[in-house]
Ligand binder design. Sequence first.
Ligand SMILES: [Zn+2]
Length: 416
Amino acid sequence: MGWEPMAVRAVCWALFGVLCTAAPAAAADRPAGVLAPDSFPIATDARLGGDETQTRFVMDLNRKIDLHAFTLADPYRVVLDLPQVVFQLPPKSGEGGRGLIKAFRFGLVMPGGSRVVFDLAKPVRIDKAFVIDAADDAPARLVLDLVATDRDSFLRKIAADEKAARAEAPPATAAPNDTTDPRPLVVLDPGHGGIDTGTKASSGDLEKDIVLDFAKRLGERVEKMGKYRVLLTRTDDTFVPLGDRVRIARNAGAALFVSIHADSLPRGEGDAQGATVYTLSDTATDSAAARLAEQENRADVIAGVDLKAEPDDVAGILIDLAQRETKTFSLQFAHKLIGDMKEVARLHKEPIKSAGFRVLRAPDVPSVLVELGYVSNKQDLQSLLSDSWRDHTADSIAQAIDGFFSGHPIGARTAN
Ligand SMILES: [Zn+2]
């Protein structure tokens, strides 16, 4: 993540503050600063018009809001940043396209901030982006006008926008590293969130909700042991870019990083079922693992994060050296996990695999990605939705975490 989301975050938080003070006083039963759902603006309808040279997107709202529109390349996208909006659009909204717009997605990307991301058929210029007030019987309307352009002009506009934004971007701040607590830090990473729902089960349950609930249960257990500090990369339904997840872990001095997912069956995998633990590798174990990593790495594209803006944190050679040691520890932990999980959860027939997951790329933090099961498999889904299965499986992972640290001096790699 580069300047753009940071700058936007500042704006959205500012907006959030304004909304807070404007909220009705009947907030006594809510924690300070938390808005009732009905205090957010509501989007009720969206439609597309026009053709391949000029396309208009219109969204009906119950009141006027601010917006910021920008473009991203490769793939071509337009992103609309909005204050937090409750989307009550008709089912299947955004699945189909028209003219220059192939499809669009919408959802929460951070507390106080929502986003609409448009996939484009070709490069465009944002001709107009504005919101008009409600008048007579018509609701407030957000209007986005796109005009076809060529690739060169499209890229030139992005470069100009970036230059302007860099000039006014606030410096990025790192999460504070609590150096007074010597206990190893375990970072748990519930996958997806906000606009990126992850896999949708046939039951209607979303991967982002399943894994958040699971990570919270696991976090409680690890914390209760008293020997470890625990940090979650997200604690609510918020989108977190992949690079940020890695950065949160590194900046906080994580001794172990566990990403948690529950995906659907990768196509061509047959009727796969059971939990799988993944470690990082440039060459995937098999094509199904490669496809899964590819699918997970798309999270940033879904939410309209500019991949080009990812900075390299460490020089290549340092990454290489650290990664060799880290890889060994990651694999050791993966084996420990499988050993403890097999007592309570059904495992995939090849339970340890590797592939190029971007979220596992911290060079100096042992990292694994746990697929709890496949929501596309009936039995797995039943387990994933069961309270007692979640509790038992969280117990087994907590036990593996404890086993990993008791067996390894790396547990002592804490604040320095
Ligand atoms: Zn996932």
